[in-house]
Structure formats: structure tokens, C-alpha cells
Ligand binder design. Structure first.
Ligand code: TYM
Length: 358
């Protein structure tokens, strides 16, 4: 029996959880508290390099992380979990070697660095290189989580125990970067500090687990700020998948591909005919184009107006799609331009073991 899917923490009546339309957060006030005291400790986020093609959904937590780094001017650590993706690859195809995920990790870093992270405040590490330094903390984590807890949280029962054991060992490795003792070259002798994790909401189980262990190991619980999931093109119940070209807009798409995908696949909450749309208006709660605009349109007033006009029937789906196409073409194009100037050498500079300072 498979464990239930990862719950959306926004649905929990949890006193430390604050939610709004796009974000869900735990202990957000604490980072402000630490900032006011002149000491926001660090930000931590990551990427699991499963394929070269990242989609626009993957960008969201990194865009937000960039914003937070600028606001707080604090160290940021980015985990590239090549080990995780090696353990979790599909087994019905030829198994790809670890080296493949290491390489893709570097390619994905180019997309991440294209967002403009500060080299003086950012450390990127690939687990298969860096795990030694974190190992003492990993050992402590593994000692304090039971096999049943991991199975329960991550739903690893589907194959009756024939899953590879890396999947059981992995969660500790995603948890320990929350501790500053995992980065002695950045935090020196410091034993404890506050860590804020910007991520997509699907990553919350790792950090709920980490918060539970914090109590036992006496370190400050990490906070989290999570982006709600950007739905797949085909509707709120569909997922963006790297193996399905038609499910998402990818960072490698051409303007033409973006236009075609949005026009052809983006699920519409509009009515069947223009007449009906004018009369009844669109259902914004299921419309994917409008959902994407909520994330990618900077101008809130314009967004509000579009929502109003589309819901009342003044605007048709085609017009909203046209606006979205325009926004995404601009976003992807400028991403591609910035990415083309990021070299492998630059990625390795960010991965260098070094102190971070300003
Ligand atoms: P990965 O590589 O699947 O995804 C990278 C980040 O993108 C977020 N994300 C999304 N956010 C919004 N809408 C979407 N449709 C969408 N799809 C993906 C993910 O939540 C993630 O934040 N195990 C992680 C890698 C990792 C990590 C971390 C992530 C290691 N350490 C610490 C966050 C924080 C993974 O496979 O992410």
C-alpha cells in the first residue's frame, strides 16, 4: 500500500503556518526577527537534477530565493541532489549511471545561476562531491529517524521492500544542510543558527521531518516558504513533467513553441463559444493561463483587471492566452540570453569550498 501523497501544509490547521494565494510559510516571522537583530543565518534551497530540461515551474522557488538573498544579504546554500535522482530514476528503462546525474547537475546549475545569485554569498554543492563534510550530521539524523517514519513520510511501500535502500537513506541528506555545522567553511565554529528554506510545496515532508529531529538534536527548527505548485498546462489536476513536452513550458523552448503550446494545450476556463463567454464569463478557478499570469505578471493592477474582464466575459480566452504568450516569451528569452553567458567554469567557482562574505 502506498502512503498518501504529500499533504499540502496549507490545509493543516497548524499555528506556525501562514498561507496566501501563491505561498505557504512556516516560521516566516523568525527570519524577520533574526534580520532585525542583524543576524539572518542562512537560506537553503536545491534542485534534483533529473533531466537537462527545467521548466518554468522550477524557476519559481529560485526566483523567490534570489529575491530573499537580495533582501537579507545572507549566505545561501544550494544542494544539487544527484544522489536522490540516481536512486529515484525510473527502473523500466536502462538505468543511467551516477555520472549522468552529476553532469546534468552542472547543466541545471547554469539555469540556476542565470538568475543572478551573488557569488560572494552563494555556495552550491553536489551531494556526490560534498557529502563527507555533512556526514557527522547525516549519521545523527539517521540515528534519530526510524525506518517506519521514513516509509510513512515518503511513501516507499509500493514495491514491498524491493526499492533500493538509497531511498531510505536519502531524506537525512536533504535535511542536514539546514544545520550550519554542515558548512564549517562558511559558519566556522558556530553551532546553531536559523535556516530558511524557500522551495516548492512538495518538498515540505523533508523539512517537517527535519523540524521533528531538531527537537531531539537541539538545533533551531528550520523555517520554510513554499511556492504552491504551478499546474501542468492541461489543467489544475495535471503535472508539469520533464518527460512530456506538452505538459509544460520549458526553459529551452523557442517563442514559436511557447505560442503553440499555450494556444493548443493551456486548459481554458472560458466558455465553448464567444457568445456564451460574453454572457457567462470564464471560470478563473480552473483556467491555466490565468493561473500562470498570477505567477508571472509583475503588474498586479493589470492582472486584477484581466481577471475581472475575463471573469465577466469582457475578455475571451484567446486574448488572455495572447497576453500570457507574450509574458512567457519575454521571460524565457531573457533567461536564455543570461544562461548563454554562464560557463562550466563559473559553476565550479560557485562550488568551491570557501568562506562567504560581503
Ligand atoms: P526538483 O528538482 O524536483 O525541483 C526544484 C525546485 O522546484 C520546485 N518545483 C516547483 N515549484 C512550483 N511549481 C512547480 N510546478 C514545480 N516543480 C518543481 C521544487 O519544489 C523544488 O523547490 N528534492 C529536491 C531537490 C532539493 C531541494 C532541497 C529542494 C534538494 N534539497 C532543498 C528545495 C530545498 C527536488 O528534487 O527538486
Amino acid at each position: 500500500q502506498k502512503a498518501p501523497p504529500h499533504p499540502d501544509p496549507g490545509n493543516h490547521h497548524h499555528p506556525q503556518v501562514t498561507t496566501n494565494l501563491k505561498l505557504i510559510a512556516r516560521d516566516l516571522d523568525k527570519i524577520l526577527h533574526h534580520y532585525e537583530k542583524g543576524n539572518p543565518e542562512k537560506l537553503y534551497t536545491g534542485r534534483g537534477p533529473s533531466t537537462e530540461s527545467m521548466h518554468v515551474g522550477h524557476l519559481l522557488p529560485f526566483m523567490f530565493t534570489k529575491w530573499m538573498q537580495e533582501a537579507f544579504q545572507c549566505p545561501l546554500v544550494i544542494q544539487i541532489s544527484d544522489d536522490e535522482k540516481y536512486f529515484y530514476q525510473k527502473t523500466d528503462k536502462k538505468i543511467k549511471p551516477l555520472e549522468y546525474f552529476r553532469k546534468i547537475g552542472v547543466e541545471n546549475c547554469k539555469d540556476i545561476l542565470a538568475l543572478g545569485f551573488d557569488p560572494e554569498l552563494t555556495f552550491i554543492f553536489r551531494n556526490s562531491d560534498y557529502v563527507g563534510t555533512m556526514y557527522k550530521n547525516i549519521v545523527e539524523f539517521q540515528r534519530h529517524i526510524t525506518y517506519n517514519q521514513i516509509r510513512g513520510i515518503f511513501g516507499l511501500d509500493s514495491l514491498n521492500g524491493s526499492e533500493n535502500s538509497g531511498k531510505i537513506a536519502y531524506p537525512a541528506i536533504q535535511g542536514v544542510p539546514c544545520l550550519c555545522t554542515s558548512f564549517p567553511h562558511i559558519f566556522g565554529e558556530k553551532k546553531n543558527g536559523f535556516c530558511m528554506v524557500p522551495a516548492g510545496v512538495d518538498q515540505d515532508p523533508y523539512f517537517r521531518m527535519t523540524r521533528d529531529i531538531a527537537h531531539k538534536l537541539k538545533f533551531i527548527k528550520p523555517g520554510g516558504i513554499y511556492s504552491r505548485f504551478l499546474p501542468g498546462l492541461k489543467g489544475y489536476n495535471s503535472k508539469m513533467s520533464s518527460s512530456d513536452e506538452t505538459s509544460a513550458v520549458f526553459l529551452t523552448d523557442t517563442p514559436k513553441q511557447i505560442k503553440k503550446k499555450i494556444n493548443k494545450y493551456a486548459f481554458s476556463g472560458g466558455r465553448a463559444t464567444a457568445e456564451e463567454q460574453r454572457e457567462f464569463g470564464a471560470d478563473l478557478t480552473v483556467d491555466v493561463s490565468y493561473a500562470y499570469l498570477k505567477y508571472f505578471m509583475e503588474d498586479d493592477e493589470r492582472l486584477r483587471q484581466i481577471g475581472e474582464d475575463y471573469a465577466s466575459g469582457k475578455m475571451l480566452t484567446g486574448e488572455v492566452k495572447k497576453i500570457l504568450i507574450d509574458e512567457l516569451q519575454k521571460l524565457v528569452k531573457s533567461h536564455q540570453t543570461r544562461r548563454s553567458s554562464i560557463t562550466e567554469e563559473m559553476v565550479h567557482q560557485f562550488m568551491k569550498i570557501r568562506p562567504l562574505f560581503k
